[in-house]
Design a protein around this ligand. Structure first.
Ligand SMILES: Cc1cc2nc3c(=O)[nH]c(=O)nc-3n(C[C@H](O)[C@H](O)[C@H](O)COP(=O)(O)O)c2cc1C
Length: 227
């Protein structure tokens, strides 16, 4: 007589990641799973912070791979911030930048993932500029960012040691304190916030590209900010 299979051996082991592949809702957005691409600046943007084919292919491949959420690396939300980037970053302070960002979001959606835009108004004293005569706008003056080789992230020290131009990676520029006017700059701050809103709304598919014409209108900005 065939032996009955023991219940104990046939029972599936509970997985630590049992929810990993199930959907989750964050605010108004539902993700198809809990796999998320961390924001990493892949330095594939163009020299003017524009989206490139290489970048779109890179993110599309991750979306095709199945991640529920794809985040961009830091997107500089003001022109001033864009002057102090680490090699290259995406920019979003001008309507022209939105064309490429829309394409990027569309491509991510095509593969069933949701897109997240990581907006920033600047890196402060960690900012780097190719123009070393510029002082990096930061909370405190005269305080450059410095990273010693010993404190470099794992595996980075040999790479940093090889470079003949270490200033861009190991030491930042001298800083200058931002003026109160700059800090309060309604224009820059609002633009950053509104642009985040616009991009988010686009991502959710609620707003198409038709806002570009009224971009400069204060009432439109205010109205969008309230949403
Ligand atoms: C090449 C690279 C670029 C990164 N760029 C960003 C970035 O633009 N924004 C950000 O918030 N974090 C950035 N990070 C940090 C990552 O999002 C993440 O927090 C870090 O790699 C630690 O992840 P882990 O805890 O899974 O190892 C970057 C990391 C790497 C390796």
């Amino acid at each position: 007589m065939a032996q009955k299979k023991s219940k104990k051996t046939s029972r599936k082991k509970p997985s630590t990641f049992s929810n990993l592949l199930s959907p989750i809702t964050i605010g108004p957005v539902e993700l198809k799973n809990r796999i998320s691409l961390a924001p990493m600046n892949e330095t594939f943007s163009g020299v003017d912070g524009e989206t490139t084919d290489q970048m779109i292919s890179y993110f599309a491949a991750r979306a095709k791979g199945g991640a529920g959420l794809i985040s961009t690396g830091a997107i500089m939300g003001t022109r001033q911030a864009s002057l102090f980037v680490w090699t290259r970053n995406l920019y979003c302070y001008h309507p022209g930048h939105l064309q490429g960002l829309t394409l990027l979001a569309d491509r991510i959606h095509y593969f069933g993932s949701k897109a997240c835009a990581q907006m920033t108004i600047g890196f402060g004293r960690q900012g780097h500029s190719y123009d070393h005569s510029l002082l990096a706008p930061a909370p405190t003056a005269g305080l450059p960012y410095e990273l010693t080789l010993e404190k470099a992230p794992n595996g980075m020290a040999p790479v940093l040691n090889m470079t003949e131009y270490p200033r861009g990676t190991l030491a930042g520029q001298m800083t200058r304190a931002m003026t109160i006017d700059e800090i309060c700059s309604v224009l820059d701050m609002q633009l950053a916030v509104v642009q985040t809103k616009l991009f988010t709304l686009q991502i959710e598919g609620k707003v198409k590209q038709n806002f570009a014409g009224s971009w400069e209108r204060e009432d439109t900005r205010r109205e969008l900010w309230k949403r």
